[in-house]
Design a protein around this ligand. Structure first.
Ligand SMILES: CCCCCCCCCCCCCCCCCCCCCCCCCCCC(=O)SCCNC(=O)CCNC(=O)[C@H](O)C(C)(C)COP(=O)(O)OP(=O)(O)OC[C@H]1O[C@@H](n2cnc3c(N)ncnc32)[C@H](O)[C@@H]1OP(=O)(O)O
Ligand SMILES: NC(=O)C1=CN([C@@H]2O[C@H](COP(=O)(O)OP(=O)(O)OC[C@H]3O[C@@H](n4cnc5c(N)ncnc54)[C@H](OP(=O)(O)O)[C@@H]3O)[C@@H](O)[C@H]2O)C=CC1
Length: 515
């Protein structure tokens, strides 16, 4: 019997960010392994014209939850969506709901965050710092609370090369930042943002670091743990391999490469690609929840959920495997044949951007205009290149994360828990994982039918023929122009023609003699 699964039985669990990528997988695993849990409270806001109930209904009726429904048929009754906006004071939770949360909650998993790299400092602080502070305040008023698990990121200290499982202080106190953002004007905030974030690449990593400091400062008597996952990718095993539902991390770029838009990226092939499957993060999170509540460590423990030091894979191998997977699993209606490459030279990247990204987009838009359609490729390409430029920081560096606490926890688990809540990334086979990832992107993100694979292959063959035809035509045009304008080109051309003529004559003569 799994001790961790049994621990969550009868518990009231509060999850923020339950509608997000990690949150959904966390809920799924909780319901599947501890169907006798009492209730999961989720803090949700209405979004994209959907009410809370519609959002929950959509999640519970998705493919991800198919297994849950078999094990826990009354899952609808065990999930309680509470209206909340983490940007508002007291999260805009009603008095009755707040009362219920305060009096019943046993465990909190705080997953909500803004993960956008380009968010304004004001918004990123609001969600990643102030909301964390408010949630801690709520937690301190919960008499039955056993553990508070905060999800951070392994990149919160990406300005360092070697990162230990400790909280590193930021030069400016979070409280000072929160206070000053209250009265500073947006234009001034934008001006001081680069100075505040210093050698971090974006407001996301900076505010996640501030969030950790807040957790440390406001922890009081709470039983707290922090989990720092690296780049969270599709599921490895559970509930099935390859599940992914958003474009974050590598997923968006896998689509861009598979559809032939992305041809070149500034990356260091030997840099470590520290990807971690989302189900591995969830298993560690649940194990940490159990350990924190039952063993009550004296200080706040930080757990690195990374792959680099236990089972490293570099971007070169990852990129190569992704490309190879497109052979088996082609995506439909590709713009060009998938043929991306990594380059580390900044001049070469500009050259390839012009030749492989901008030029085809302009030509395609010209074709769209000619055929009476609205041009869109140049805009799409510009957005893609902007996205790529924001992710480049993470594919050109390597980090070392120590994983002592994570390994300690692994050794504390019973063999059954090590199996049910497996977070031993050493068992991960990268080739298999990446192939499933590419397949998962096709099935669950692009929602393409597997029956369309032969047609997708045919389409790629047609694109290859167009590519050859285009290159041949281009070569002939350039050559014709050269011959018209340069004596040297004409001489070379006559030399080649006369050489071919002589060669053919000799070949014909020798074959006549033999006959
Ligand atoms: C020697 C060896 C040779 C081998 C060569 C082989 C080479 C082959 C290469 C081929 C393989 C290609 C795959 C390469 C893999 C490289 C992957 C690199 C990934 C690195 C990720 C590192 C991140 C790690 C950071 C820390 C982890 C965390 O803690 S946080 C979680 C991560 N967060 C994010 O990823 C958020 C990033 N997103 C954003 O910040 C924003 O979305 C944005 C700023 C990027 C865009 O904002 P914008 O307002 O413009 O747009 P938005 O409304 O959001 O979307 C606009 C359109 O863009 C699409 N979109 C959004 N995000 C992505 C994305 N990540 N990738 C691609 N596209 C994206 C979105 O759908 C919109 O599309 P439309 O609706 O069509 O307009
Ligand atoms: N994905 C990754 O690669 C990594 C993620 N992490 C961390 O993991 C956690 C989860 O990330 P992930 O699931 O990928 O992120 P998502 O963007 O998928 O999910 C974010 C969640 O936060 C919720 N949220 C955002 N703003 C509000 C708000 N104002 N009020 C209520 N809820 C809000 C979102 O709700 P809604 O659906 O309404 O928008 C959503 O449920 C984050 O803390 C992140 O920093 C760490 C390392 C890597």
């Amino acid at each position: 019997m799994s001790m961790i699964a049994a621990f969550y039985g009868g518990k009231s669990i509060l999850i923020t960010g339950a509608t997000g990528f990690l949150g959904k997988v966390l809920m799924e695993k909780l319901f599947r392994t501890s169907p006798d849990l009492k209730v999961i409270y989720i803090l949700v806001r209405p979004k994209a014209g959907q009410t809370l109930q519609q959002r929950v209904f959509q999640i519970l009726n998705s493919k991800l939850f198919e297994k849950v429904k078999e094990v826990c048929p009354n899952v609808h009754e065990k999930i309680r969506a509470i209206y909340a906006d983490l940007n508002q004071s007291d999260f805009a939770i009603s008095k009755e709901d707040m009362q219920e949360l305060l009096s019943c909650t046993n465990i909190i998993f705080h997953c909500a965050a803004t993960v956008r790299f380009d968010d304004s400092l004001r918004h990123a602080v609001q969600l990643n710092v102030t909301a964390t502070q408010q949630l801690l305040l709520m937690a301190s008023q919960m008499p039955k609370l056993e553990a508070f698990i905060h999800i951070s990121t392994a990149f919160s200290n990406c300005n360092l090369k070697h990162i230990d499982e400790v909280i590193y202080p930021c030069p400016v106190e979070p409280k000072k930042i929160i206070d000053s953002l209250e009265w500073l004007d947006d234009s001034i905030i934008d001006e001081i943002t680069p100075k505040l974030i210093g050698d971090r690449p974006n407001t996301y990593t900076y505010t996640k670091a501030l969030g950790e400091m807040v957790v440390q400062q406001e922890s009081g008597n709470l039983n707290i743990a922090i989990i720092r996952p690296s780049i969270v990718g599709a599921t490895w095993q559970e509930p099935f391999p390859g599940w992914v539902d958003n474009l974050n991390g590598p997923s968006g770029l896998i689509i861009a490469a598979g559809k032939g838009f992305l041809r070149s990226i500034k990356a260091t092939p030997m840099a470590v690609a520290d990807l971690i499957p989302v189900d591995t993060v969830v298993n560690l999170t649940l194990a940490v929840g159990w350990y924190t509540a039952v063993h009550r460590p004296k200080s706040t423990l930080i757990y690195h959920c990374t792959s680099g030091n236990l089972n490293p894979c570099n971007w070169g191998k990852m990129g190569f495997t992704i490309l190879a997977s497109f052979e088996k699993i082609p995506y439909e209606r590709a713009f060009r044949r998938p043929n991306a490459d990594f380059t580390s030279n900044k001049f070469m990247i500009q050259y390839w951007n012009a030749v492989s990204h901008h030029a085809p987009a302009i030509i395609y838009d010209f074709y769209l205009r000619l055929t009476g359609r609205k041009p869109r490729m140049t805009k799409l390409m510009n957005r893609l290149l902007r996205t790529v430029s924001m992710l480049e920081y993470f594919v050109n560096r390597s980090w070392e994360w120590s994983t002592d606490n994570t390994e300690m926890l692994m050794s504390e688990l019973s063999p059954e828990d090590q199996r049910v809540f497996n977070f031993d990334v050493r068992q991960l086979n990268w080739l298999e994982y990446i192939e499933n990832y590419v397949l998962g992107v096709k099935k669950y993100l692009l929602k393409e039918d597997m029956a369309g694979i032969p047609e997708a292959r045919q389409h790629l063959k047609r694109l290859r023929n167009i590519h050859y035809l285009f290159n041949t035509a281009l070569f002939l045009i350039v050559w014709r122009l050269l011959i018209a304008r340069s004596q040297m080109a004409r001489n070379v051309w006559f030399f080649i023609v006369s050489f071919c003529y002589k060669f053919l004559s000799y070949f014909r003569a020798s074959s006549t003699l033999k006959a």
